[in-house]
Design a protein around this ligand. Sequence first.
Ligand SMILES: [Zn+2]
Length: 123
Amino acid sequence: MQSVRSKDTTPELVIRRLAFALGYRFRLHRRDLPGSPDIVFVKQRKAILVNGCFWHGHDCQRGSRQPKTNLAYWGPKIERNRERDHSTLASLAAAGWSVLVVWECELKDRDRLASSLTTFLEN
Ligand SMILES: [Zn+2]
């Protein structure tokens, strides 16, 4: 089992490559920021959080699938992740950061991901 926010997970790598290809330079896992965002664009004061659908309880097919075993364990754990995500977003916003949350399931459509990344970073 992977930890909730392990470093260099594949979805994160996908986004890093995309952002790099689009010409953006960034920092990773800034521990001094709330939630230590995965990808941080310091100059633009923008951050990207990459969330696994299951772990963070996304409102998609994968995210709403109930764990087959240990529901009593995973249920509250996912709920805690969601609460933490919520307060992370609030703290970052309060500190003047714009945040884009990219869900694992959104990585399938690379063109769409590239355009939402561009929209986020250009505006
Ligand atoms: Zn999802």
